[in-house]
Ligand binder design. Structure first.
Ligand SMILES: CC(C)(COP(=O)(O)OP(=O)(O)OC[C@H]1O[C@@H](n2cnc3c(N)ncnc32)[C@H](O)[C@@H]1OP(=O)(O)O)[C@@H](O)C(=O)NCCC(=O)NCCS
Length: 190
């Protein structure tokens, strides 16, 4: 009885379990999508990506049974593109987005990419910080790219992904991230 009331691992950090996105994930993915973006992808956009697009690699991240994060890339030979990444708003700031980004970078490299690019809203400071941490720099601005409010997109880019310098950067970031994950409380604060 005591063990049931106070399970030994009650406060233990939960790992984010990242797996390829499947059709059955889409209800949860669409909920996070709606909470994360002003212009959202419809269900069939995700369906087409995971079913038909051979260049696409999409993942979901779970804590326990709950999908809390997702992300996707396209890889075309040496070129890769992060198409989306999001974390449930209740779970942000707990390094889950960083874990997902690292997975996307690993996948891009595994699939043979040497560089990676993405678009991000000029106002999306948190996402830009995350990308800069992983070596992305802004290479251009697409004026009025977002149709909902005419906001500019920054085009960010990281290169030489298969080089030793970038591999060392990823190793150092992964070590730091692992240490932070080990300290991550099982449930978000508040
Ligand atoms: C961007 C997003 C995926 C980040 O996920 P997250 O789990 O909240 O972020 P993490 O806890 O993993 O933070 C990792 C890094 O991101 C940056 N960051 C994230 N949240 C931040 C915040 N509140 N303040 C400052 N930096 C922040 C930091 O660089 C941070 O690393 P650091 O703490 O070592 O400085 C998440 O905010 C999100 O889903 N936003 C809505 C969707 C979106 O904008 N997607 C990107 C489209 S381009």
């Amino acid at each position: 009885m005591k063990a049931e009331l106070y399970p030994a691992d009650a406060g233990a950090p939960q790992p984010l379990v990242i797996e390829p996105m499947i059709q059955a994930d889409l209800t949860a993915v669409l909920q996070i999508e709606a909470l994360s973006f002003t212009t959202t992808w419809p269900a069939n956009a995700f369906s087409n990506e995971i079913r038909d697009n051979k260049l696409a690699h999409y993942f979901t991240g779970r804590l326990g049974d709950a999908i809390v994060a997702y992300g996707g890339i396209w890889v075309i030979l040496e070129d890769s593109h992060i198409t989306t990444i999001a974390v449930h708003p209740d779970q942000r700031g707990r390094k889950l987005g960083e874990e997902m980004l690292l997975k996307l970078l690993d996948e891009a490299i595994t699939q043979g990419a040497s560089w990676i690019t993405l678009e991000v809203r000029e106002s999306n400071d948190y996402a830009q910080r995350l990308y800069r941490k992983y070596g992305f720099t802004t290479v251009s601005t697409r004026r009025g790219y977002y149709s909902d409010n005419g906001e500019n997109a920054l085009v960010m880019w990281a290169g030489n992904l298969k080089g030793e310098l970038y591999a060392a950067r990823l190793r150092a970031l992964r070590t730091a991230l692992d240490a932070e994950i080990a300290q991550r409380p099982a449930t978000p604060p508040g």
